[in-house]
Ligand binder design. Structure first.
Ligand code: APR
Length: 233
């Protein structure tokens, strides 16, 4: 069915979550077995409150995640999506992921709704740095301000340009494919609904059920994303 939908569609947008990168070795957030938020309360660690009042734990937590995105690499599924963009099979990717793996695998049209862990910026003067500063235990800007990952923390708004690009792509889609997201975080989880309301076909590929499955034209629960993409390719 997904192969047929891909062949019939004129404008296909792929929407990815942490489940797209678990086969690269990065843990997701809410998987029942080892999601990151099963061990830590996100509001206490991935929030502006933690950045302002709990900087030691905040930098220790994000240093670990920066090490992860520098050590682990995109898997075959990321490369297949990049290849499909070059062949015109898909038109763009909207991602909630902050690992930068889609771009590393060669995807060009990627909207990063939640920013990226590959970069840091100064909380005071906003000067940008590579996130390897965290690996070197460097947490301060030349101006003395705190360096924080260029991701969206709980309590912050999404980057306007990525949000706008994602909105425009969603409006143009006649096929919208979700890969590896529990669709439990707003406003990111509104995009599949907007696509559906615009008359697009909606496919959700996710190991666990999501609250949006009832709106989908097709739900694939029993396949790992990497395996499914390799079969389709
Ligand atoms: N194949 C298919 N599905 C998978 C795979 C896989 N190999 N690995 C994990 N999954 C599924 C899990 O079952 C889970 O439902 O991917 C889903 C990932 O969901 P979450 O862990 O909630 O991740 P995500 O939806 O991306 O979270 C959204 O929450 O914490 C914030 O900013 C963070 O971007 C993140 C946002």
């Amino acid at each position: 069915m997904l192969k047929k939908l891909l062949n019939e569609a004129n404008y296909t947008v792929v929407f990815t979550g942490a489940g797209m990168s678990t086969e690269s070795g990065l843990p997701d957030f809410r998987s029942s077995n080892n999601g990151l938020w099963k061990k830590k309360d996100p509001s206490k660690i991935a929030s502006t409150d933690a950045l302002n009042n709990n900087i030691e734990e905040f930098t220790a937590f994000y240093r670990e995640r920066v090490i992860g995105v520098k050590e682990y690499k995109p898997h075959k599924g990321h490369y297949i999506l990049a290849d499909w963009e070059r062949q015109g099979i898909i038109q763009s990717i909207i991602t909630q992921n902050v690992d930068g793996f889609h771009q590393m695998a060669g995807s060009k049209r990627v909207a990063e709704l939640h920013g990226t862990l590959q970069k840091l910026h100064c909380q005071t003067c906003r000067k940008g740095y590579d996130s390897k500063e965290y690996i070197r235990n460097e947490y301060h800007c030349d101006c003395g301000g705190i360096l924080r990952p260029s991701i969206v923390l709980f309590g912050e708004t999404l980057p306007e340009d990525a949000f706008q690009a994602a909105f425009e792509e969603t409006q143009r889609a006649d096929l919208f494919i979700v890969l590896g997201s529990s669709l439990s975080v707003t406003p990111a989880n509104q995009f599949p609904l907007i696509a559906k309301e615009n008359g697009a076909r909606l496919v959700i590929v996710n190991q666990e059920k999501t609250d949006m499955d009832l709106y989908a034209d097709q739900v694939v629960n029993n396949e790992k994303i990497g395996v499914l993409l390799e079969k389709l390719a």
